[in-house]
Design a protein around this ligand. Structure first.
Ligand SMILES: [Zn+2]
Length: 126
């Protein structure tokens, strides 16, 4: 079977995309560390058990926001890991839903894409 990735993506461009993925992956790792450290429940000056109800509520809201940010970062890191794994096994740039090649312009803008634009839109609609 032909090596699909070399057919679809010129090697220099693939290299560029992989470098972008690594860079983004490092950025996300840093972001994750920063957000993890900003845990409102772990702050030295955090409100104690006798705190006013409103203080606790604010803290809970902050915790919810922090958790939501972490979820987004972790989902993004997972996407990048998936994309890099696809590079290794030679299926990078192929839509995982319809198996068509993903547009190079889409990969340039969004190197972690694992679906073509059509399939990604359909998945979002669901
Ligand atoms: Zn597709």
């Amino acid at each position: 079977m032909a090596n699909l990735k070399s057919v679809i993506i010129p090697p220099t461009m693939l290299r560029e995309l992989v470098l972008k993925l690594w860079k983004r992956s490092r950025e996300l790792k840093n972001e994750e560390e920063i957000v993890t450290k900003s845990d409102p429940y772990m702050q030295p000056g955090r409100v104690n058990e006798n705190a006013e109800f409103t203080d606790d509520t604010v803290e809970d809201i902050e915790k919810t926001i922090q958790q939501a940010r972490l979820n987004i970062i972790q989902a993004a890191r997972l996407e990048i890991r998936k994309a890099l794994a696809k590079v290794r096994i030679g299926t990078y740039g192929i839509c995982e839903t319809c198996k068509s090649p993903i547009d190079l312009s889409r990969l340039k803008a969004f190197p972690q894409a694992t679906k073509c634009l059509d399939c990604s839109r359909k998945a979002e609609d669901e």
